[in-house]
Design a protein around this ligand. Structure first.
Ligand code: PMP
Ligand code: GLN
Length: 397
């Protein structure tokens, strides 16, 4: 248990990455695709690198981003999102877009801009592991609101109880990593009501925005009345275009809110890689919302894997969107870490134990057992990878 202490999350993660990349392992661990990234983006980026007429695209862009990418981002969001029916649609312009080095940089610099010592940040537990260390680095105090299975939907009553006069930021994530819940319209309206009532900023991590299943729709909190002014939305080309190694993302907000973010952005990375920004601008302009079929592939993967895990006796939370599926290992009488090790040794399938996603409360009893009976499976994989994993899981003893 000691070695899986959450302060050592980075170490467990690294160990898992090494094990998962061993030959013959079916890797459903870290969330990155084993299929090709967006074709249009890759071709346009290569052209930017090789075409002598495009040599300027290999130099610094403006720190806020390559203008063509900012414009393409605006056109995309203005086309696919907007306010509720009957209300004027808020068009975003280039001043509302800051291109970052992945959503990871957006997250870091947003929290740097919004949070100082003594400020409380509310976040849901479990969640994306990077949130907690960054809040702590900024001197902020994390306040956890537990998400309960099997659906892991947020409880607005619990959330309101967690708000204090020191609360400054509400950190949201939908589609959710790891649980796959997508906020409903009512939940998003509830968050907006609380943010307005208690004067909170919202940091909304929407990196999986294009991956919702069936009739589920992605609702943006920034589109709620009065919310754009107090929300920073984080988006990622890693996820939209299956290009996690490109390290490009963008933050959407008002110029006032983006200003603080941009200061540290300039001092750290200055700008995201210019030829890659160009590739993404071209791809986003051409995008019809189907993203070369990847969200559909992920949805089918969720179905296939979910059914196989249910047959094996796991408690499966069928995701509504995002790139992951979580399964409860308690019906098998196993803890998360134990089960993850078993999957790796017995079936050569690499997954991530739930402990990675559960934030440790520093005031909690040291003996509290963080090893929850949960496993996370990555779905952003080729169909044959998932089929092979399913075959191996079925044969597991
Ligand atoms: N937020 C969430 C919820 C994630 O899962 C990830 C990892 N993909 C990120 C942010 C960071 O994404 P990026 O690759 O754009 O830095
Ligand atoms: N988002 C990815 C995941 O949850 C990993 C991101 C990372 O390792 N930086 O698996």
């Amino acid at each position: 248990q000691e070695e899986f202490n959450l302060d050592k999350t980075g170490t467990i993660w690294k160990e898992l990455l090494v094990l998962a990349r061993q030959p013959g392992v079916c890797n459903l661990g870290q969330g990155y695709p084993d299929y090709n990234g967006h074709q249009v983006a890759r071709e346009a980026a290569v052209q930017a690198m090789l075409d002598p007429d495009k040599s300027a695209l290999n130099q610094y862009s403006m720190p806020t981003g390559l203008k063509s990418l900012q414009d393409a981002v605006c056109a995309y969001y203005n086309k696919f999102y907007g306010l509720r029916e009957g209300q004027a649609k808020r068009a975003i312009g280039p001043d509302n877009v800051l291109v970052t080095v992945g959503a990871t940089e957006g997250l870091y610099n947003s929290l740097k801009a919004l949070v100082g010592p003594g400020d409380e940040v509310i976040l849901f537990n479990p969640g994306f592991p990077f949130y907690l260390p960054v809040i702590r680095l900024m001197g902020g105090t994390p306040v956890f609101v537990e998400l309960d299975g099997p659906d892991f939907a947020p409880d607005l009553g619990k959330l309101e109880k967690a708000i204090t006069p020191k609360t400054r930021v509400l950190l949201l994530n939908s589609p959710h990593n790891p649980c796959g819940h997508c906020y409903t319209k009512e939940e998003v309206e509830g968050f907006a009501r609380l943010a307005l009532k208690y004067n909170l900023f919202v940091l909304s991590d929407e990196v999986y925005e294009n991956t919702t299943f069936g009739d589920v729709k992605h609702w943006r909190i920034a589109d709620e009345e009065g919310m754009f002014e107090r929300t920073i939305t984080l988006c990622s080309a890693s996820k939209l275009f299956s290009l996690t190694g490109w390290r490009v993302g963008w933050a959407l907000s008002t110029p006032e809110l983006l200003k603080g973010l941009n200061i540290s952005h300039c001092m750290t990375s200055y700008c995201a890689p210019t030829p890659l920004q160009h590739g993404l601008a071209v791809a986003l302009e051409a995008e019809d919302g189907t993203f070369e079929g990847i969200p559909k592939l992920v949805e089918g993967n969720a179905e296939l894997l979910g059914n196989a895990l249910r047959e094996k006796g796991f408690g499966v939370t069928q995701p509504e969107g995002g790139h992951f599926l979580v399964a409860d290992t308690s019906p098998l009488g196993l803890k998360g870490v134990e089960c993850a090790k078993l999957m790796l040794t017995n079936a050569k399938v690499s997954v991530v134990p739930g402990i990675i996603f559960y934030f440790a409360d520093p005031n909690a009893d040291k003996n509290v057992d963080l090893d929850r009976p949960l496993l996370r499976f990555a779905l952003c994989k080729r169909r044959d990878t998932i089929e092979e994993a399913v075959r191996r899981i079925r044969q597991m003893t």
